[in-house]
Design a protein around this ligand. Sequence first.
Ligand code: FE
Ligand code: FE
Ligand code: ZN
Length: 278
Amino acid sequence: MIYIGCHLSVTNGYEAMGKTMIEFDGNTFAYFTRNPRGGKSKEIIPKDAAALNALLKENRFGNPVAHASYTMNLCAANESTRHNGLDMLQKDIERMANFPDSYYNFHPGAHTGQGVEKGIELIAEALNCVLLPDTQTIVLLETMAGKGTEVGRSFEELRGIIDRVKLNDKIGVCFDTCHTWDAGYDLVNDLDGVLQHFDDVIGLDRLYAVHFNDSKNPCGSHKDRHEKLGEGYIGMDAMKRIALHPALQNKPFILETPNDNVGYMKEIAIVKSWMESS
Ligand code: FE
Ligand code: FE
Ligand code: ZN
């Protein structure tokens, strides 16, 4: 089995997200640690955090996946953007101590013209600044579509970051199906081959979570536009094979598809029906 859920808003607090996901009939979820565009963070009330943590255990949820702000760019050429990103990363990771079950996932960054090698170095440098021996949170690099100057568009680039991080037992990967497809990994015709390649380059033991999205564009398009399950170029059959793949069992699968609540409930029900019939 996999854990299935969707991205939720933190507006009504932390426990509220857990309750919403129970209503949606899912058993994991994702949320932004701060405003995705502006970078402001939601205050954490200890009682609310404790209530969520208890709810997760009682209902046997899979690990939630907290998502960093899109404005955080650890490898920007602009120094103040970079420092700002480092500050966000540090504060986010401190705040994650309130949520011991949550993973923390971020987009590695965009090198903005400095070249991918420099980008990899800067990202690793930032992680080396903030990860301490007593950091409990697992930090996940997201696989990227390769739009613009994004770093992380290949498994090798992610490996490059991991290799340069000293405390890299705390580093994992969040596998976004839309992004890897858009990056050129053929999940439709060669799913086994793609996952084997991931294992060879990074190691499947580092794959902690999946962003479960169809894509509005063909493989290799480098676009990053998510689509509803079965309505994009990956298609329902391949999405089903991904969800049922032995290498991906027991992971949280997060829908980031363009949906309202009803749409998410439908997709959660679809994924659960695959598990029941398999
Ligand atoms: Fe993301
Ligand atoms: Fe994603
Ligand atoms: Zn995306």
